[in-house]
Ligand binder design. Structure first.
Ligand SMILES: C=CC1=C(C)c2cc3[nH]c(cc4nc(cc5[nH]c(cc1n2)c(C)c5CCC(=O)O)C(CCC(=O)O)=C4C)c(C)c3C=C
Ligand code: FE2
Length: 378
């Protein structure tokens, strides 16, 4: 325990030094309110690694305590860290290449509107709040609004089809931390949809989109369907029990089964993209596989980003620019890409069904927390 305490202390001292260095070298843009907030996502890049907690996992059990000792977690988690400062120039260039900012917030707000309308069509009159983990509007802000509105029941719908500790798990953790500190929130019945890639509506919507894109090739039957999933550190999968990799594989199996049922006989493959930092990522890597496929003589390829439901930097820049260039240079002649589902109506209707189905199981988070402790949302 003494050892843990000393290492925690050292960690937070180093963290403090990095935080100070962040202020010396970089001044984040001031927040100017939602409507004119610069959605360049540069700040997100600069805060995403904050607290040295890679992807939202706190490295010590003392975080909550330390934050209560005068440094609010909300503020603490928004300070730039060294690694993010180092990455900033490259990130700035990448966002410049897609028009100077991420469309993610706009698309998410459109999805929220479409979901509200789809719920109304099902006679459910609900408020839909958008809360983001690393950018405005932050989850904390959405929760403040929920508190003000004194809603009666809450369904949490992560916009990630598959569960990962780094995405949905990290968001649930924030939610639990805030909810348990407040009397109204801790009693509010909540239902969390932890993943939804098995839903027929989602699988069918992706399959529809793949069929549409295949039909644009001269010889659709010869096209290789290339699933590109976002990677997560291997240690999360192997040591922390992140179900993400298994869920990705099952998701692809379900999509291919749907395509086969519709008569498609295309080959398919899976690779992992967006590697960050020196940690090991699940293999094979998207860039390496593309080169290999080119060498092997694959001529037509349809890229299917499988971890997202909105266009953003990893589809518009990483896939459409980086991987496409690499594929063409490696000998692949015909390139296509399935767009993210965005506001596709069959998809939004299915999400609305998921919300309706989740309502009856809503329970106060104080009860859910016990279940979460035993599960994978650490
Ligand atoms: C170790 C770091 C990261 C892991 C693991 C990770 C997992 C992960 N992320 C998404 C989806 C998105 N990530 C986005 C941005 C983003 N993510 C990381 C790091 C990790 N993500 C960084 C550093 C950033 C900043 C942007 C960048 O430079 O790439 C976004 C938003 C991008 C936008 O344009 O708005 C999404 C969406 C998934 C699905 C995932 C694992 C399952
Ligand atoms: Fe990410």
């Amino acid at each position: 325990s003494l050892f843990i305490f000393i290492s925690s202390f050292t960690f937070y001292f180093l963290r403090f030094l990095v935080f100070i260095s962040g202020f010396i070298f970089y001044f984040p843009p001031k927040r100017r309110g939602h409507d004119n907030c610069p959605d360049t996502n540069l700040v997100k890049k600069q805060t995403i690694f904050s607290n040295f907690s890679l992807c939202g996992i706190d490295p010590t059990p003392y975080t909550a305590l330390i934050c209560k000792l005068g440094v609010g977690l909300y503020w603490w988690n928004r300070q730039p860290s060294l690694i993010s400062i180092l990455l900033a120039p490259k990130t700035k260039q990448r966002y410049a290449a897609i028009g100077g900012g991420s469309p993610l917030r706009r698309i998410t707000e459109e999805q929220a509107d479409a979901l509200r309308t789809a719920l109304e069509a099902k006679n459910l009159h609900a408020n839909v709040y958008v809360g983001m983990r690393y950018w405005y509007p932050f989850m904390e802000e959405a929760i403040q609004q929920i508190k003000r509105d004194r809603i009666m029941k809450l369904v949490v719908l992560p916009l990630f089809p598959q569960f990962s500790i780094t995405t949905t798990g990290s968001s649930i953790r924030v939610l639990q931390r805030i909810f348990m500190d407040n009397a109204y929130l801790s009693r509010l019945p909540v239902s969390i949809i932890r993943f939804w890639y098995r839903r027929q509506g989602y699988i069918r919507s992706i399959a529809d989109s793949i069929v549409t894109q295949l039909s644009k090739f001269e010889k659709p039957e010869e096209v290789l369907i290339f699933f590109s999933a976002h990677g997560v550190p291997v240690s999360y999968v192997e040591n922390a029990g992140d179900p993400y990799k298994n869920q990705i594989e099952e998701c692809i199996y379900l999509i291919m089964r749907e395509l086969k049922a519709r008569g498609a006989r295309n080959d398919h493959t899976l690779a992992y993209q967006s590697r960050v930092g020196p940690v090991q990522w699940p293999k094979p890597y998207t860039n390496e596989v593309l080169v290999e496929l080119g060498w092997k003589g694959v001529k037509s390829l349809l890229a299917v980003p499988i971890s997202y439901v909105s266009e953003h930097i990893e589809t518009l820049e990483e896939i459409d620019m980086g991987y496409k260039d690499l594929a063409l240079k490696s000998g692949i002649k015909n390139w296509g890409r399935v767009p993210a589902l965005g506001c596709t109506s069959s998809f939004i209707t299915d999400l609305a069904d998921a919300v309706v189905e989740a309502l009856p199981s809503a329970k106060a988070l104080s009860i859910l927390r016990e279940t979460a402790k035993e599960s994978d949302c650490r």
